[in-house]
Design a protein around this ligand. Sequence first.
Ligand code: ADE
Ligand code: ZN
Length: 336
Amino acid sequence: MPTDDLADFVRRLPKAELHLHIEGTLEPELMFALARRNGVTIPFASVEAVRAAYDFSRLQDFLDIYYAGAAVLLTRADFHDLALAYFRRLAADGGVHAEIFFDPQTHTHRGVPMAEVMEGLLSAMDAAQAELGVTSRLILCFLRHLDEADAFATLEAARPWLSRLTGVGLDSSELGHPPAKFARVLAAARDLGLKVMVHAGEEGPPAYVWEAVDLIGVDRIDHGNRALEDPALVQRLVADGTTLTVCPLSNLKLCVVPDLASHPLKRMLALGLAATVNSDDPAYFGGYLLENYVRTAEALGLTRGELVQLARNSFAGSFLPEDEKARWLKKVEAVG
Ligand code: ADE
Ligand code: ZN
């Protein structure tokens, strides 16, 4: 399919984004604007210098620069502007629903009150629904390089907004920080009625994915690439129907794959895994949702049928109520 036709087809397919860190949507232009607005100094001379620094060979290279960039986010207006800019891009890509991660510890550790983060994000989510018809859910991520006590304190600090949280996740440096380290706080979150997911198998071994499934009992796996190294694990994920929130351009930029033609997405679908396509940290990885679909489809020769399956998986794996899922799935079939 020529690229224009492909992009057109994917744009018309209704899609949900299930793996998106809102701090990872901070474009260099907005970083500079917020630095000026807040009187914060950033270690870059220009937007071009920021983009030139986005050259990563592993997850930690990216995380160092991503946490540094977040220093410009101070007020609820900053979080609102950041999130609304993302929702506008999602709508332009034909995205209709997003379940967004945020990393409160990145902000509270700098002295930003939880209320500034929560109220800014929630007001943007409300505005996205009113102005764009885009629905969303909010997922609080614990930083796994910190300890579990800090995660418990974060969960406690978020309690006033519990009714507006859908789930909790686990992100940041994977290697050396297995899901088991957070088993108690994730169980506590589940007891509060929250969904639970963890980043696993991005850089970490299949054993971390097993832990996520067996010990934590996750509702979704974020990434999951390395599960393919273990056939018994694949069988288990297929049998459970566990959604994998896969991020092809992120995998490329963080050298999880050497090139997009080697990306396992097509293989995941062929194995019967409930894989989805997502953008992770699009301001850092060079493409939002549509570009992740299109570039991966071109590199792997994905068929229209496979693209429809990916869109279907995105709603089936979402935390939307069953009637809304069914409504979107019908719309996907109408385009496909
Ligand atoms: N935080 C933001 N993006 C992440 C990723 N891809 N893996 C782990 N932590 C993250
Ligand atoms: Zn992620």
